[in-house]
Write a protein that binds this ligand. Structure first.
Ligand code: FES
Length: 271
């Protein structure tokens, strides 16, 4: 009786293991670099994550025992920001304080996250939630220039795949990694909100739009030389206007009151 039960159990375990092996084969699961998962679904192109896994792993330079302090100037800024919020809603200042952390040291280590939680008197998990949600939060050092290449649909239709390869080549850095000279890090991100000017890359605070492969090399080389290239559309057009000039809204807008019914205009005059 007991041996019969054990045999059934063993068969079930073997079946589950076979299924897992089969699934792994189908999904073509690979680990391309430490902490970065890279797998292929049955119905999609290879999916490259824009950021590391949403977990923290203690490292020598990023663990809760590494001290973090705000500078005096930043502490004053933070106090001024917190005062803008009603008592009890100070947690709403988290985004601005995280921005200050990132501008102070270039990234947001775990000890800084704990410091912010302590300042705002909120549980640490609220800060973890925040930093793992936004792709602009750098939870590991991402070089001096963090190059984020948009790969959402409009940018993809305008050739972001080629732009990704050009960025990797120009920065000598692969997606998810940091260049050997710690100058550049490259990540893929979702829509940057500038689809009318696709393809788009964002480097720190600047957007470079309507870029070509030539522009990519030019921008990266300029940054390497210690200069900041002009941001915005790289093909010479103004904002999202047509490159050949305006095709609509070419006249001055009508005066206020234009198109109002006559009877309403009378009433307006009487007033
Ligand atoms: S899809 Fe690239 S900016 Fe929107």
């Amino acid at each position: 009786m007991v041996s019969g039960t054990l045999t059934i159990l063993l068969k079930q375990i073997i079946f589950i293991l076979k299924m897992l092996l089969l699934q792994r084969k189908i999904l073509n699961l690979k680990i391309s670099q430490p902490n970065v998962f890279y797998f292929r679904n049955l119905y999609t192109a290879p999916h490259r994550f824009s950021d590391l896994l949403l977990v923290h792993r203690d490292t020598e330079e990023n663990n809760p025992n590494v001290p973090f302090q705000f500078t005096d100037a930043n502490m004053k800024r933070i106090q001024a920001i917190i005062q803008h919020y009603p008592v009890g809603s100070e947690r709403s200042a988290i985004s601005m304080i995280m921005d200050i952390v990132q501008r102070q040291i270039g990234w947001i280590p775990i000890s800084a996250q704990h410091k912010v939680a302590q300042l705002l008197r909120i549980p640490r998990i609220r800060v973890y939630e925040w930093v793992t949600f936004y792709s602009m939060c750098k939870r590991i050092y991402k070089g001096k220039f963090h190059v984020k290449v948009c790969r959402s649909l409009p940018c993809m239709l305008r050739g972001s795949d080629v732009i990704v390869r050009a960025v990797e080549d120009a920065t000598c850095c692969s997606i998810g990694g940091t260049s050997a000279d710690a100058l550049f890090a490259v990540d893929l991100v979702e829509c940057q909100g500038a689809c009318a000017n696709a393809p788009v890359i964002a480097i720190e605070d600047d957007y470079y739009e309507d870029i070509s492969v030539y522009d990519v090399y030019n921008i990266i080389q300029t940054l390497r030389c210690g200069m900041i290239p002009p941001s915005g559309p790289q093909n010479g057009r103004y904002a999202a206007e047509p490159i050949c000039g305006l095709t609509s809204l070419v006249n001055n807008p009508p005066e206020p009151g234009h198109g109002i019914q006559e009877c309403l205009q009378e009433k307006k005059k009487k007033k």
